[in-house]
Every structure is written in C-alpha cells, then in structure tokens.
Design a protein around this ligand. Structure first.
Ligand code: TRP
Length: 363
C-alpha cells in the first residue's frame, strides 16, 4: 500500500472533486499546501500531528459540496491551519499568517475581524480550536474565504458574554439578543444550547456575512423548527421534513448535536438567514444509508442526485457498507446568498483501513 503524505491524499480527493464541480484544482492544491504547512508532507502512517476537531479521525480538512438553486454545485473546504509543533495557540498564529499570505492575492477584507480579533485571541490550552477556515470555490470565480472563531475558546460558560460583546462591536447585537431570547431553549444557553462558531466572511461584497452557530444537544426536531422560526420567510415544514429524512426521525437527537446557523446583519433586529446542519453520521447504520437519505433530499429539492454518487466516489476509499462517517453532515441552506443543500464529506485520511491506493467504486 502506498504511504501517501497528508497533502497527497487530500490532493487526490480534491482533484476528483474539482472535476465534478468544475473547479481549478491547482488553486485548491496551492491553498491546501499553504494551510497545512509542514504537516502536509507528513506520511499518513504517522497519524495526525494534531487532534483537529474538524473531523472525527482528526484529519484537519473536511470537504463539502454545495448544491445550489442557482448555478452548479460548488466545492468547499473546511480546514485548520497547522503550526509545527501544533497547539491551539500556535495554530492560531499559523491561521493569521495564512490570512496575511492570502490577503493580497485575493483582496481579502479583514476589517470586521480586526474589530473582534482580541476577543478570540487567548484560547485555553484545551480549547478544541481557535480559528478554522472555510474556502469556497464558486466555479470560474476566485475562492472566497470565511473564518470560524470559537466562542468557547475560554469555556462554554463564557461564550454568551463573548458573543454579546463581539456582536455589539459589529452592530449585530439586536439579532443576537433575539436568538438568545427566542430561539434557544429556556435555561439551556451555555448548557444544552451552545454557541459553537462565530463566522465572518473575509470579503466586503453585498453578501458578506456574519454568522452565529447554535449547537443543540439532545434536541427534538421541534426544537430546531422553533429555533428556525425566528427568521422571517423560513418554510418550517420543509425544514422539519429535511431534518426527519437526514436524521431519521423526530428525535430526540442524543448523538451529535443538531446545529443551526444564523446570518446576522447590522441594524436588523432579527437574523436574516438560516441553515440547519444534521450530523447524519450519528444517526445511520452506515454510509449506504446516509447516501440514500441525502439522495432523497437532493431529489426532493430539485437537484441531480446522480452527482452525489460522483462526489462520494471522489472521496471514498472504502465500501459504504463498512460503517458511517464518510458523510458527516447534510445541511439545508435557506435564504440568500445561495439557497440549497450541502453534503459534508470526511476525507478519512486517518481512518484505520480507509487507505488504499485506489478508490473503491461506489455502486
Ligand atoms: N467535526 C465537528 C463537528 O462535527 C466540526 C464540524 C465540521 C462541523 N463540519 C461541520 C459542525 C459542519 C457543523 C457543521 O461538530
């Protein structure tokens, strides 16, 4: 068996994903190499150099493909910049170096980040992460960058105050208060309802977003329907149907949490966009079942489900029967800028037995 490096492994998968999504793979490879730094050249057999929270097996990268209502599917990469040696604080410094290196090339805007950066600057040594990236590759366009900051970097109990201050500085605190008062379950903020990510787009186009993620543990489907109902224009029956198909029923969801994200806009008293992320892998027997559920969802929302199999084949190195985990989440994006369904795929670089030189055909 070939012992590929982490970057080679991710490169093979992303090259095939780029074919499906018509993305320039050279640009993807260059960004992956910059992001991973020296960790990119470590052999897979050495195991992960950092216990990244991005994926269950600590691969510091997760792929996703967004099926869009307007336009073709697009590739996205969730990733963590890795320092050598890695650690939450050292990785944060590597993340800022990565931003610095890309800022000129891609004309990134960091003014919003600059206003809150100090709040998210000193993670506890045991914090899961300090800053993650989402790299979005709209076909034929320049990549877009989003960062995720960790509101729980100094403990789950301190996250609400931290987000209150960050949203105040960015002029979106009214929408934050609406989430706390009207979306969260009563008495659960900082307990069962956790503020898991605070995200900023690093551009200043008309769709530049500020997003807040709410992870609800042991939730019923009705809890997320309630949480989504805060946002105007949400079709809550579609949302309920999506949740039931992706998660296999009404709940309670006692495995990984259901996650809601809210788009916040300055001067608007409520969030203006909503997405639901269902951690499918916690609620299926294996990836065959996960694939079938996502295919039903794509079909229901008018997307070409045959593209799903191409996407899975691009990443899979094992049979889907072997167990769950390849399809990590499925999400429903409601409202602008890009409504649609997204499927999240684990690279499984470090999953035992998942490595073979050739991908296993998916039937
Ligand atoms: N692996 C983490 C989790 O499952 C973080 C994560 C990766 C995540 N991709 C995600 C969280 C998509 C929500 C949605 O929680």
């Amino acid at each position: 068996m070939d012992d590929l490096s982490l970057l080679e492994h991710l490169g093979e998968q992303s090259a095939r994903l780029c074919e499906v999504t018509r993305t320039d793979s050279a640009s993807v490879m260059r960004l992956l190499a910059d992001l991973l730094g020296p960790a990119g050249s470590t052999a897979l057999s050495e195991g992960p150099s950092w216990s990244s929270g991005i994926a269950d097996d600590h691969t510091p990268v997760e792929f996703s493909v967004a099926f869009n209502t307007y336009g073709g599917p697009s590739l996205r990469i969730l990733g963590e910049a890795l320092a050598s040696p890695a650690g939450t604080t050292a990785n944060l410094a590597a993340a800022y170096r990565f931003i610095g290196a890309q800022a000129d090339r891609f004309g990134l805007t960091t003014s919003r980040l600059a206003r809150v950066r100090d709040l998210f600057a000193s993670p506890d040594p045991n914090a899961v992460f300090a800053l993650w990236f989402s790299l979005v590759f709209p076909p034929g366009q320049q990549p877009e960058f989003k960062i995720y900051l960790n509101p729980e970097l100094r403990g789950a109990d301190r996250a609400p105050d931290l987000v209150a201050e960050a949203t105040r500085r960015l002029g979106v605190d009214a929408a934050y208060r609406a989430i706390v008062e009207r979306a969260c379950r009563s008495g659960e903020l900082g307990r069962g309802d956790r503020l898991s990510f605070f995200a900023l787009d690093l551009h200043d186009g008309p769709h530049a977003r500020i997003k807040l993620y709410l992870s609800q543990y042991d939730a019923e489907r009705s809890d997320v329907v309630h949480a989504a109902g805060l946002v105007d224009g949400i079709d809550t029956s579609e949302l309920a149907a999506f949740c039931a198909v992706a998660g296999g029923g009404p709940g309670p969801y006692s495995g990984r949490p259901l996650v809601s994200s809210y788009t916040l806009a300055p001067g608007v008293a409520k969030p203006i966009g909503y997405s639901l992320y269902v951690p499918v892998r916690s609620y299926v027997r294996d990836d065959d079942e996960a694939r079938d559920r996502v295919a039903i969802l794509l079909d229901h929302f008018g997307f070409d489900a045959t593209q799903l199999d191409a996407v899975i084949a691009a990443v899979a190195r094992r049979s889907l029967h072997e167990g769950p985990g390849l399809i990590a989440h499925a999400s429903l994006r409601l409202g602008p800028p890009r409504p649609g369904v997204t499927v999240y795929l684990s690279s499984e670089a470090y999953r035992a037995g998942a490595r073979s030189a050739r991908p296993v055909p998916v039937s």
